[in-house]
Write a protein that binds this ligand. Structure first.
Ligand code: F0G
Length: 464
């Protein structure tokens, strides 16, 4: 007899979450000017806004918090983290930072400048995350998205939609003289293409292309363990290998990595910037000291360094990953069971609801995915995040709204925080909105917006 799946942990501490009534939620979302970021977290029942920093730490991590060494320089917590970084990620040199975007800031400060040719530098990769792109563009360089064409077909079940199109990468690398492409960034898994993994074969090929042009390859390792899990379960030849072996091989092809440890570091705050080459780390150190803190704490408390040293090990345990990815898969399956259109294959950290197919009659000028996010909140207190025209901002030159190919509502699952019952509830809420989708005929209009990254602070009103 095969036993049903069960989580590889039990619960020691619980945090009550509050249910609100539909009438309350209608008032709350109106008072929040129809922006889900403006709602107080305690007014959300199931919070799927992000998987970043929202996970639950283990008893071993909490124990490490108490052992935290808060010395300014050379704390023992730093050395514990150094051991984990070497063992799990395979890098001898690293700088702690306060989160992922801070690691990007330090790295790009060291590598990206105006360039000699006057045309600006290029930083190719697979759909860079927003903050990465921001740090590249703020320095006058351009982020070149070389993601494989398969990623653009929402119904294709291609197993590695995070892969780089190698021809496109090669032509990008060759389009500028050496030195004008200061680095290539490969994001695993690729959040911007739907939490989709990159295959080992692709990492290897990207690495050898970069090497042939003398371009350093950095991996954005925010979700490196989830990527390793997908390699193990989807790519031929890896089934019998451990997650740690796979992760080490994957990262061995890179010259360094940035990491938001708020994801696969299983902590609530923190980041890492790792290097193969000591000289390059020394160059970055100056910026780390300026922006983050001294090189043995980098903006993190000693206790947080310690918790991360344990989190990196726990995130690479197979039974944890089976439970983690299994829970996201369960949410996707339940949603599809209700007929809700979602991106396939399911992402590692999130399910992306295809709001364009969900609400086909709504004009895109009325912010379709935002409208769906608001309905999900009103229906059952479930909070997702819009990945659509609001997030896409206006064109910097014409100031017209930019409309991305897909209007998505991302339901990101915090690690170890919710039960499968919570996933079933969230799916039923979306299912219930889906049943009444024909009656959702109006979207939203902007009443106030910031010039960039407007989705965080935008204010909206229903179209009359
Ligand atoms: N890289 C990736 C792939 C990310 O997903 C994120 C954050 C970052 C870098 C930046 O890291 O937040 O620690 O500064 N993603 C979060 C999300 C915010 O909701 O997807 P950070």
């Amino acid at each position: 007899m095969e036993f049903p799946f069960a989580e590889p942990y039990r619960i020691k501490t619980v945090e009550p979450i509050k249910r609100t009534s539909r009438e309350e939620r209608v008032r709350i979302i109106a008072a929040a000017k129809y922006n889900l970021f403006n709602i107080r977290a305690e007014e959300v029942y199931i919070d799927l806004l992000t998987d970043s920093g929202t996970g639950a730490m283990s008893s071993a991590q909490w124990a490490e918090m108490m052992l935290g060494d808060e010395s300014y320089a050379g704390a023992s917590s730093y050395y514990k983290l150094k051991d984990s970084v070497r063992e799990i990620l395979g890098f001898d040199h690293f700088l702690p930072t306060h989160q992922g975007r801070a690691a990007e800031n330090v790295l790009l400060s060291a590598l990206v400048g105006p360039g000699a040719g006057g045309a600006g530098m290029l930083v190719p990769g697979n759909a860079h995350f927003d903050t990465t792109k921001g740090h590249i563009e703020a320095r006058g360089a351009r982020a070149v998205d070389c993601t494989t064409a398969e990623a653009r077909d929402p119904s294709s079940d291609y197993p590695f939609k995070g892969n780089v199109d190698l021809e496109l990468l090669e032509s990008t690398l060759k389009s500028r003289p050496r030195g004008e492409v200061p680095l290539c960034i490969l994001t695993v898994t690729c959040n911007s293409s739907g939490g989709q993994p990159v295959s080992m074969a692709n990492v290897r090929a990207v690495s050898s292309l970069c090497k042939s042009r003398g371009v350093p390859l950095f991996i954005d390792a925010a979700r490196f363990a989830e990527n390793a899990y997908f390699i193990k379960t989807r790519e031929a030849g890896h089934a019998a290998r451990s997650i740690r072996e796979i992760a080490l091989e994957m990262l061995s092809y890179a010259d360094g990595c940035t990491m938001s440890s708020k994801k696969d570091g299983l902590v609530n705050i923190g980041g890492l910037l790792c290097f193969r080459d000591e000289e390059l780390m020394r160059k970055a150190m100056t910026y780390n000291i300026m922006y983050e803190g001294f090189n043995t704490y980098g903006g993190m408390a000693g206790r947080d360094l310690g918790a991360l040293s344990v989190g990196l090990r726990e995130a690479t345990e197979l039974d944890y990953l089976e439970s983690r990815i299994g829970q996201v898969t369960r949410l996707g399956g339940k949603l599809e069971g209700y007929g809700v259109p979602v991106l396939r294959p399911y992402g590692g950290h999130a399910i992306f609801v295809d709001a364009g197919r969900f609400l086909p009659a709504l004009p895109r000028e009325e912010f379709v995915a935002q409208a769906l996010g608001i309905e999900a909140y009103i229906e059952g207190g479930v909070r997702g995040v819009e990945i659509g025209a609001l997030m896409a901002d206006r064109d910097p030159d014409t100031r017209e709204n930019r409309y991305p190919a897909l209007e998505l509502l991302r339901l990101a699952v915090p690690r170890r925080a919710y039960t499968n019952d919570h996933m079933d509830y969230a799916a039923a809420v979306l299912g219930s909105v889906y049943e009444r989708r024909d009656r959702i005929t109006r979207g939203y209009r902007i009443t106030r917006e910031a010039p960039i990254m407007r989705h965080f602070t935008v204010e909206l009103e229903p179209v009359k």
